[in-house]
Design a protein around this ligand. Sequence first.
Ligand SMILES: [Zn+2]
Length: 643
Amino acid sequence: MRYYLWLFRRCSAAILAVALIYAMPCGSVADAAESPLPASAKTIPAMADDEREIGPLSLDVDATDTQHGIIKAQETIAVPSTGELVLMYPEWETASHAPTVPLASLTGLVMEADGQRIEWHRDPLDVYAVHVTVPAGAQRLVLRLQYLADRGTMQADMLSVPWQRLLLYPAGEPVSSVPVTASLRVPAGMTVVTSLDRTGIERDITRFATVPLDNLVDAPAYAARLVQRIDLDKQAGHSIRLDLLAHDAGDLAITADALAKIRSMIVQTGRVFGPPPFRHYDAIVTLDDALSSGGTEHLEEGENNLPAAYFTNPASQLNNLDLIAHEYVHAWNGRFRQPADLWAPTYNVPVGGSLLWVYEGQTEFWGRVLAARSRLRSRQETLDKLALDAATVDNRPGRAWKSLADSTNDAVYMAGHHVAWRDWQRREDYYPEGVLLWLDVDARLRELSGGRRGIDDFAARFFHAAKTGTQVSTYTFQDVCDALDVVAHEDWPAFLRRHLDTHDTAEALAGLSRAGWRLVYTTVPTPSFREAEAETGGLDLSYSVGLVVEDDGRIDSVAWDSPAFRAGLTVGMRIRRVSGQPYSRETASAAVDATPHAELTLDVGTAAKPKPLLIDYHGGLRYPRLEPIPGKSDRLTPLLDPK
Ligand SMILES: [Zn+2]
């Protein structure tokens, strides 16, 4: 067992280097103990200034109350001395790159010192901080708390346990220095899935090996009644497993072909990035329609929330086929190698996302590439998916005022907020625009090297993990440029800044033409477009009149400054009639299809008082596709070929 160092606050020596800085003068420890709040007379230590050895935290989590969606936790902290202690509830979450832990969901917090209840006080200037005065002679603090989970986290037959929302930790200590010994109780009959090492199972309680707090938080536990575990790769030193969690046994029916493609993705990923930075890896897949599709990255596991029909109806999953690859790539790009400004010593230190176009953008790019190389997507499906990326980039009028570089701040202030004008406000565009950016980098490397080198050469160098279980390695913008320059010489800072700072759509799409392809719009949607449209729950006319309309005629989104926008349409209006016909998907599509030679009129508003509108649009239906540029070198095909 490893012991760790932490501190009781010593005001005179407080090192306020990296965290929340309070300008108020400090009182002495005695003053602080005697005086009531406000805590403005107190400080929250940033990093340790006085070190004492104590044993690890213990955290016992009870996730059996799925009925109410309440997770209970009891935490024990050995305390070596009396005095004021500051405990932090995590605020920032690694994968969201944002302060997304909902403090309001932390309830029932009660503390005891050696069996006697003691009061705690929330810091009014940093409400994620809790001050407590440890009485003389006390040996340990016991915290009891509840986390009120959201829908989807706790279901009768499937649940997940986000450790960071179930504990407080001593302020002033890097979370990598705080050992935690955790246990988890789940409803009888559930199987626990996590990359954490287990030390024992007693009835419904699973006990885990002591790990640093950051490792615990990086290995959330899942549990379900129906779990299927499949070995993907059992090489010595880094076994890789697929863990499927489902509500219905039928959803676990993965075909041999699907499994072979996932195994191929693992092989292809290894050929790009080299030695894995993990000891072992669990690709956790929940097959669950209650959760929206999406994933969360970790070093030794990936959380992949996918629809229940993901394996049983793969033809309906065209836009989800690279999610597992995306999260797997993050083990290298995101968890092992981290942007310097995105790394922080604790979960209560703000981080910056200036390199998210690498962290997320290049991971999204590799998801597209690896899905193609492993045949998770056919060549045409890959081209169609890239066409969706390109069309998103092509239809971002917000670029006129907001650069891609500025969009890297989006997670911090847009997380959890509705964005009504997505194309004008822009939101985390470093995903699709990152795909195009890295496509341009690859095409430029091929151009410069006469086709001998490409982005694989960059990745093999930049993400090389010297040994399994390696430490985090941070990087800067200049490090990215330097690694590219080794592959082929170019003014990479200028090249990348053009993408990051441009207000010009042609610049953002430059990689497509450099790769020998172009974006076109045709009257027939691709299957990938139709599936993306189905996820919106309506009719997607974004690239023609500029509307997404729900099946009952209600307007879901309006493209900024589009023909629909200029006609006065806005979100929430209801379309009653289209060119004289009652609204339906079919009548709306037919009316837009006819616009090259017929006027498009709408009746909007209430059924009793519809308001007629004329849409000044004559372009017909428009759906994105890619096509090769005649006479140009095709640099995309060699990128997508298996290695
Ligand atoms: Zn990601």
